[in-house]
Ligand binder design. Structure first.
Ligand code: HEM
Length: 310
């Protein structure tokens, strides 16, 4: 997942040592997050009291810039050298290089681009892979669901008992014809959302909600995981039952994951701060799912073998 996002971010297939370097700095920054967060509370005093922690943060950031900026500059040069009509698959960095901030009438500086690339890599890796792990765990636990999904995929992409699914190329447009797969993924996100909360939000004006006054500037959050388990909204909420996401009397999946019509669950948040990677994540979850059916990692076979030995 991380390698894929690095490729999407910087556009070039990097060598493994370079990817490892990026991974290493991202991991160190992420793991130090809670230790550095204290510097955010009283920045001026914090810098003096926690001097060594501040120094460590500056060093890490410098290290991150030293790795990211050459990649951003390389991309900028490549774009200059290649005329517009040349085939250069658009990378996230390209969109940042093109971006003009309308209110300030300027381009992004290198520091801002580094932060945005860092956010892109961190926000998309563990979320998607955690979701995928829960979905796979539930398929192993529920062989009948696994079988139904397997049959649906085979019926769309072809293949029979002898041929391996990996012999068949699954195209993005095939995904539309596999609504049960989408339903399985939605059920995974309901039952085990990777984030139990959204990012902290602030109310811009005082509001009254259910008799409680929420003062202006208060930090608020939402219990995402509990929403998906609310028995008033979901029948047998603890059960893994993808069918609940299929429209009754049809084999189509018809759930609005953007929560724009109603909010029954919000694994990606809701409203204008909704996860900007939602569509990408859903695509990765669907595509990745099929990739794990490679013989050496065959989830379907794993499930079948397990059933036999049971
Ligand atoms: C299953 C996968 C994912 C889940 C469940 C998820 C969930 C979320 C949630 C709950 C938020 C906070 C929304 C809020 O504060 O209201 C968020 C924010 C964000 N997500 Fe995702 N996400 C996923 C994948 C991705 C991917 C693949 C990317 C990009 C590559 C991404 C990029 C972001 C960014 C940049 C933000 C911050 C947006 C902001 O500050 O307003 N996410 N995500």
């Amino acid at each position: 997942m991380f390698c894929l996002l690095v490729l999407m971010c910087f556009g070039d297939k990097l060598e493994e040592p370079q990817i490892k370097q990026i991974e290493n700095i991202q991991r160190r920054l992420l793991l130090s997050f809670s230790r550095f967060n204290i510097l955010n509370i009283f920045p001026r005093v914090g810098r003096i009291i926690f001097r060594s922690r501040w120094k460590e943060l500056i060093q890490l950031r410098q290290e991150q810039e030293n790795i990211f900026i050459p990649l951003i500059e390389a991309r900028s040069k490549a774009k200059e050298q290649k005329p517009e009509h040349d085939e250069l698959v658009v990378a996230y960095v390209d969109t940042l290089l093109n971006l003009e901030l309308p209110e300030e009438n300027r381009k992004l500086n290198h520091g801002e681009m580094v932060s945005l690339c860092s956010e892109f890599l961190s926000a998309g890796t563990d979320t998607t892979s955690t979701a995928l792990q829960w979905i796979m765990a539930n398929l192993v636990k529920n062989p009948s669901i696994q079988e139904k999904l397997y049959q649906e995929i085979v019926s769309v992409v072809g293949g029979n008992e002898q041929s391996k699914l990996t012999d068949v190329v699954v195209k993005e447009e095939d995904l539309q014809k596999i609504p049960y797969l989408k339903a399985v993924i939605l059920e995974g996100l309901r039952r085990h959302p990777p984030g139990h909360f959204v990012l902290p939000h602030t109310v811009t004006e005082e509001v009254e909600l259910d008799g409680y006054v929420v003062p202006k500037n208060a930090t608020i959050n939402f219990m995402v995981a509990d929403m998906g388990l609310d028995p008033k909204v979901w029948e047998d909420p603890l059960e893994f039952r993808p069918e609940r996401f299929l429209v009754e009397g049809s084999d189509k999946e018809g759930f609005d994951i953007t929560a724009s019509r109603e909010i029954k669950m919000m694994p990606f948040g809701a409203g204008r701060r909704i996860c900007p990677g939602l569509a990408l994540a859903m695509l990765h979850l669907e595509i990745r799912y099929k990739l794990v059916s490679a013989p050496e990692l065959n989830l379907f076979e794993f499930g079948k073998n397990k059933r036999k030995s049971d």
